[in-house]
Design a protein around this ligand. Structure first.
Ligand SMILES: *Cc1c(COP(=O)(O)O)cnc(C)c1O
Length: 356
């Protein structure tokens, strides 16, 4: 029996992506050689990375003048690469969670950082919307989905400067107006592929404007020029990413994925709001469609572990909240089927019947 996989990352991938990856590990594109053992410079792998880049552009409607890159180092490396490549004098950041906080820390190594708003004092339970954006920022950095806290920015910000976004946990879950961004990055292990590759979409024009020396591997221009093949790219996760992107296209693209995400999250939040023993933790208008965070209501806190065990018995896994916040977190990434959400809701209702 398959598990209902609510892990936050690495997380569920579609059977389509996993099955095709297994096949390619045995025999890649009819070459008689494993995907794991063939040159990244083979024409078969070149076709993979080319198609993956094209599909990213097609699915997100990336305008002319942007490059799609496949880099190692995780989203966390982008926390440094972004300011290294784009921060001349001053950048604005929104402090909306642990990942945003880490991005701010790295940016401070390279220039002046204005934290325009922070929800830290309230345990990052909401997404700040009320703040001034000063003139003259090189960029405004946002973390569109706060994976740990379950808050999300539901629309692209209208800013007088370019945006830069960490979309690690909600990329391909909604339409994005890419033209507003100088850079978008996403670690693959939430909505795209196994860990090991980071997708970066960067505006070519935004590069080459800083004075500092940038190490070759950390300079986006290196990877733009070489089509992410300056050195050996993470071949396996790029292959899986391509399968996921093909699957997304088949499902109807990001508009359809957004509808599915809204439906799944809507059902789960409704169940939480109608429960007497569970309650949501983030401000309603900022609730994430990807990571649903909730806790036991006062008086029932001691049942937290019982509920996790109750779920495990029903093949529902991965709902324990992040170690820094506790409670529960159900991650509803694109590959998670509606039936898994329904299984979790049924478990919540049955548990409540027993305990309340
Ligand atoms: C998971 C995550 C990260 C960290 O990604 P790594 O690839 O592990 O560095 C950064 N930002 C967000 C929003 C995430 O969800």
């Amino acid at each position: 029996m398959k598990k209902h996989n609510f892990y936050a990352g690495p997380s569920i991938l579609s059977d389509y992506a996993i099955d095709n990856t297994i096949d390619a590990i045995r025999d890649f594109a009819g070459t008689g050689i494993s995907l794991l053992s063939i040159s990244h410079r083979s024409k078969q792998f070149q076709a993979v990375i080319d198609e993956a880049g094209e599909l990213v552009k097609e699915l997100l409607g990336v305008p002319e003048g942007y490059s799609v890159l496949w880099l190692g180092g995780g989203a966390s490396m982008q926390f440094a690469m972004i300011p290294m490549n784009l921060l001349r004098n001053r950048a604005g950041y929104l402090d909306t969670g642990t990942w945003a906080h880490n991005a701010i820390k790295e940016a401070r190594l390279f220039g002046e950082v204005d934290v325009l708003a922070s929800s830290e004092a309230d345990g990052y339970t909401y997404y700040p919307h009320d703040y001034e954006i000063p003139e003259g920022l090189d960029y405004l950095h946002v973390t569109t989905n706060n994976t740990i806290y379950g808050t999300e920015l539901h629309a692209d910000i209208d800013a007088p400067c370019p945006l830069v976004a960490d979309m690690s946990s909600d990329i391909f879950s909604r339409p994005v107006d890419v033209a507003r961004y100088d850079a978008i990055y996403a670690g693959a292990q939430k909505n795209l592929a196994p860990a090991g590759v980071t997708l970066v979409i960067v505006k070519d024009e935004a590069l080459g404007r800083v004075d500092r020396a940038i190490p070759t591997m950390l300079d986006y221009r290196t990877h733009v020029k070489k089509g992410s093949m300056f050195n050996t790219p993470p071949v396996l996760p790029i292959f899986t990413a391509l399968q996921t992107l093909r699957h997304y296209k088949e499902l109807g693209g990001v508009t359809a994925l957004y509808e599915r995400a809204s439906l799944k999250a809507g059902k789960l939040y409704e169940a939480i709001d109608n429960s007497t023993i569970f309650r949501g933790t983030s401000r309603i208008e900022d609730r994430s469609l990807m990571n649903v965070t909730f806790v036991m209501t006062p008086g029932y806190e001691q049942l937290e572990k019982d509920f996790i065990d109750f779920c495990t018995e029903r093949d529902i896994v991965g709902i324990k909240g992040h170690r820094s916040v506790g409670g529960f977190r159900a991650s509803l990434y694109n590959a998670l089927p509606l039936e898994s959400v329904e299984a979790l809701i049924a478990a919540m209702k049955d548990f409540e019947k027993q305990k309340a």
